[in-house]
Design a protein around this ligand. Sequence first.
Ligand SMILES: [Zn+2]
Length: 356
Amino acid sequence: MKSHYITWLKYLFITCLSTVYSCGQKNDMKNTSPNNPYYSHTDTTKLQVSNEEWKKILPLNLYLVAREADTERAFTGTMWKNDSKGTYYCAVCGNKLFRSTQKFTSMCGWPSFFEQENKNSIWFRNDFSHGMERVEALCSRCDSHLGHLFDDGPAPTGKRYCMNAVSLDFVPDTTTNNNEKETIVLGGGCFWCVEAVYQNLDGVEKVVSGYSGGNVANPSYEEVCTGTTGAAEVVEITYDKKKTNLDEIFKVFFTVHDPTTLNRQGADVGTQYRSVIFYKNDNEKSIAQSIIDELNHSGAFSSKIVTKLEPFTAFFPAENYHQNYYNNNANKPYCEMVIRPKLEKFEKVFKDRLKK
Ligand SMILES: [Zn+2]
């Protein structure tokens, strides 16, 4: 393992690539067919999205229940009697709401729970509609209507969260709720380049280009390009911990971009191109910091590493035309002159670690 590390370090002495083309191709069309860009099982940022926009994104039956407080018919679907192990998420935004261990089979015909996943996942308000006095339950992330809270539930809480099945997404434990999958968000200049590289690393299951950092929610590419939003071009990497790990992901990162140029990669200049790792916890931060310390100490780079470690707050997927950019645009000059050499360098250094 140690010798592999030294080989890897040697490669870092290879002169950095100079880029002549900049990342922006401003005349690309913005894709206008969103398939719910707000949905996330990990992002807890509060959403402020108008009903007008939700109406364009959500299926009509979900829109009517979640955004206009309609009630679905009792015994709709099979979720009310589902007793499989898993997690229930808000169908509008993906916010985690309940675990299956908090559910009980109520004969009322709607999925019922006695407790919410955590005290911040659902909020309540009085509801005097239809001549009744009830307590309405709403998703804390997107403020969608979920159902009502009653006092006739089982022990230990005595509560009954009476939910509309259409407002919930159920994910069984065996498919996605396993601890083998992790995500990390990092920026190394133009996201087209970084995405293309990680798509080829064994153990990486998904790479999404997007924006993180700054104070603007869901910024557009044009806004990020101004350099005034504080957002960086980043990729969100989903990886399988059985096949790769953060250490390797960071080594790839420091191989394929120049971490010593402040707010710049080649011809791409601006804070949106900063070298940055968005850590979600102390463990991620310390792995990143120790590899930076090692590299600084080893002299692999002639200047000090300026990669920023910033706490993760939110990830916003970029417009569809930015996704899978290299594969879709391999003949464009930027891809041939800037992305291809980085890919080749990656393929050479990590030749044993490429996807089959
Ligand atoms: Zn929600």
